[in-house]
Design a protein around this ligand. Structure first.
Ligand code: GLU
Length: 290
């Protein structure tokens, strides 16, 4: 039987902090307990915000923590062609459409609807869902606008995609503590028509994470609770693209002293700063409750 495959997938757009340490260490523990492999993936599709310095910092911090990963490391910025191929598949299936509304136009449309007494749906992150008016644009009009150079993003027609599925959409959620699985029903519709590719970034987090988890044979996705709801979109994309569904484990988040999620700008919880202050890897494990 092939061994389970785990992965830690940070973005090099800031320094790693205690939250990342917990995620990486938990991945390592779960991989060991399952006799599995641990991969490291650099999620650097946002080439404007990701830097080689932050990437170097990731290797340094993980090494210091005692985490061993397989090489070569997959860097998403080297695989834009793979993501474009998957996008083309979805375009050919007419499950994505060019969405032309700018952020300002969408905001104005929503404000007008709300002023008229309608309550506009929010996605699980609290952001109003995209109006999706251009879902109904005819092929000629789409072509004309694209030829005119109008900016657009490729959005998933989530309702249409869901309507074509043969059964309910769900995933196996593992408990990091007990290892027991429960089935979670996926609700991608709550996100509306998500962006799968933009003009400046020819893919999206959702598309590339699904592509790579499948491409790297990942069987266990262990990541923060903040991505729990996004898993619904990942499960939908896996079904549409005929990709296997890994098991998921969304772990607790490490919170700052103010009770909020740690951010990459919180210097004193950064691993490099903690190391410079003389903390040991053992102390880091204690700090994150491992
Ligand atoms: N790259 C994402 C992050 O740094 C994590 C993605 C994932 O684990 O699915 O937040």
């Amino acid at each position: 039987m092939s061994r389970p495959v785990f992965r830690f997938a940070p973005s090099p757009n800031g320094e790693l902090h205690l939250g990342h340490a917990y995620s990486a260490l938990l991945n390592q523990r779960m991989a060991r307990a399952a006799g599995g492999r641990l991969l490291l993936r650099i999620e650097d599709i946002d080439t404007a915000r990701c830097t080689p310095q932050f990437e170097e910092g990731i290797y340094r911090d993980l090494d210091w923590l005692g985490i061993a990963w397989e090489t070569p490391v997959r860097r998403q910025s080297e695989h834009f062609d793979d993501y474009a191929g998957l996008l083309r598949t979805l375009i050919a299936q007419e499950l994505v459409y060019p969405a032309f509304m700018s952020r300002g136009e969408a905001r104005a449309h929503i404000a007008e609807a709300e002023a008229g007494g309608r309550s506009w749906p929010r996605d699980p992150d609290g952001v109003p869902v995209y109006p999706g008016l251009d879902r109904r644009l005819g092929e000629r009009e789409r072509k004309r606008r694209i030829a005119d150079g109008q900016p657009f993003a490729w959005r998933l027609d989530t309702g249409l995609a869901l309507a074509g599925l043969s059964g309910p959409l769900a995933w196996d959620e593992l408990s990091g503590e007990t290892g027991l699985a429960r089935t979670v029903e996926a609700d991608p519709e709550a996100w509306g028509d998500v962006i799968l590719a933009r003009r400046e970034i020819a893919t999206s987090y959702h598309l590339s994470v699904v592509a790579d988890d499948a491409g790297q044979g990942v069987t266990h996705v262990v990541r923060g609770r903040d991505l729990y709801s996004a898993t619904a979109i990942h499960r939908l994309l896996q079904e549409l693209l005929g990709l296997p569904a890994p098991a998921y484990c969304h772990h607790r988040l490490i919170l700052g002293p103010d009770g909020r999620k740690l951010s990459k700008s919180l210097g004193d919880t950064g691993l490099a700063a903690l190391r410079a202050a003389g903390r040991t890897p053992q102390e880091i494990e204690e700090m994150v409750g491992l």
